[in-house]
Design a protein around this ligand. Structure first.
Ligand SMILES: CNc1ccc(C(=O)O)c(C(=O)O)c1
Length: 458
């Protein structure tokens, strides 16, 4: 091949889905290349813009550690921390914030029991514009050190000037509308200012759909705004796929809720029906195959962190004992493609891939684990969607990228394709559990020493 065609080829291949992982310490540097991975300091660095203020939405915070990751000259800029802590944990957070006069705390209300403020998002206001970052990592050291985590960094959204106010494209303004809807759910308070910032910036170049959950019993038009019903709506509206009924759905996550006594109660009825939605009007006469990727005990024991990684995989024996049917769907965590088989997964990702493993119809990175609390459960004969937690993620659809192809190409298919390449965070084909494999349960004892010679005795 002549050099020009090679350049053309490399030029052609530059179109990757902008889904990144976090850097992992102690693995080969090639797997932390800036095309694949990013660290918190990189995200907050002044290379991204001249920071004026930021808002950090998350579940777990180490405030001094977080502030130290901002550039030195930006550590006293206004920082709003949006959390879900209550009672003693709320007081601990207030004490931690005390020494930092630029830090404000805002407690998200959790009106339904067992809900969590699980969303992990950064709003970064610069002199030059606004950026949105959505991730799966808590704002604590352990989440950015030796785990597999997901990150989406938006383009720099420019502030509207009068002329480009009307130029916003449909999906971009849709991203802005969806983000505004989400922020409104927090109600009045310090987020008023951030809703204003979102309104003032042109997000037409977002290239993702926002997929969020907010606590509540959602009815009417609100039933399709959140959780798995939002995904169902998006895939019915934009899922321009030819016959993909035979394409498997893969869910990958770091915790599992109580899903009901058998698969027909929620997993393979309402939840899988949403993930298997397309714009075709013919309904599915059979379940698409479903793979659920969740670490085995061996995955955790041999991970870079050892059993300690299991502290971030809060699947309990009590819950697991009620749903042995999940075993039929389980597959191991494996990520040789990205050098992360031993970097315990804390990201959550969902996708639908072709049987020949060369294409993907869509891809989701989100904070939402496999639980009704996160995705919602239909109640009252399907008239309302009950969600307990705040969650936020992004859906990547092929048509939001400048490609004539209806699918994303997986790296295996690099030869023929000139479309958009999607790097999945895990290896294909997936590896089903053997009869000896057990899902990690964080409240069981494990006596076989881990890589650090430790046992797990919760
Ligand atoms: C009950 N609290 C949590 C349960 C699961 C997770 C997870 O992401 O797997 C997190 C978190 O790390 O935000 C919190």
């Amino acid at each position: 091949e002549g050099s020009s065609s090679l350049e053309d080829k490399s030029e052609r291949m530059r179109n990757y889905v902008p889904f990144l992982l976090t850097k992992v310490r102690n693995i080969s540097g090639r797997f932390n290349d800036s095309k694949i991975a990013v660290g918190l300091r990189d995200i907050l660095s002044s290379k991204m813009g001249d920071l004026q203020a930021s808002a950090q939405f998350n579940y777990m915070f180490d405030i001094p550690w977080l502030i130290e990751h901002y550039p030195a000259d930006k550590r006293s800029k206004p920082l709003l921390i949006v959390h879900g802590d209550q009672r003693e944990k709320k007081h601990q957070l207030q004490e931690e914030a005390e020494p930092f006069p630029n830090v404000r705390l805002f407690q998200a209300k959790l009106p339904i029991a067992y809900g969590t403020h699980h969303s992990k998002m950064m709003l970064l206001l610069y002199a030059e514009g606004l950026r949105v970052v959505i991730t799966t990592a808590n704002l604590i050291h352990a989440d950015w050190d030796k785990k597999t985590q997901g990150v989406w960094i938006s383009p720099l959204f420019p502030k509207y000037s009068q002329e480009n106010q009307d130029e916003a494209g449909p999906e971009g303004s849709q991203f802005q509308k969806d983000l505004m809807d989400y922020l409104h759910q927090y109600g009045p308070g310090p987020l008023n200012e951030w809703r204003q910032h979102v309104a003032e910036h042109d997000m037409s170049n977002a290239k993702v759909r926002l997929l969020a959950s907010v606590p509540g019993r959602h009815i009417g038009i609100n039933k399709d705004k959140w959780g798995h019903m939002k995904l169902r709506k998006l895939l019915q509206q934009y899922g321009e796929f030819d016959d993909i009924d035979s394409w498997p759905v893969i869910g990958q996550f770091s915790s599992i809720g109580s899903l009901g006594p058998d698969k027909s109660k929620w997993l393979c009825s309402e939840w899988l029906r949403s993930l298997a939605s397309t714009n075709s009007l013919t309904s599915l006469d059979h379940d698409p195959s479903l793979h659920l990727m969740f670490p085995t005990v061996e995955n955790v024991r041999t991970s870079l962190e050892g059993y300690v990684a299991g502290g971030s995989l809060p699947y309990s024996w009590k819950t697991a004992a009620k749903q042995p049917y999940l075993k039929d769907f389980f597959c191991r965590w494996k990520s040789e493609c990205l050098g992360r088989s031993r970097a315990s997964p804390h990201l959550k990702s969902y996708t639908r891939i072709s049987p020949d493993l060369t294409k993907a119809a869509w891809f989701i990175m989100t904070s939402a684990n496999l639980s009704k609390a996160a995705w919602g459960a239909l109640e009252k004969n399907g008239s309302q969607l009950m969600i307990r937690s705040y969650e936020i993620g992004v859906l990547f659809l092929p048509q939001d990228f400048d490609t004539s192809e209806k699918f994303f190409n997986l790296p295996e298919n690099q030869a023929e394709s000139n479309g958009v390449i999607l790097r999945l965070p895990f290896d294909l084909p997936v590896v089903p559990y053997t009869n000896e494999d057990r899902p990690w349960l964080w409240d069981r004892q494990y006596s076989q020493p881990d890589v650090h010679g430790h046992r797990w005795n919760p």
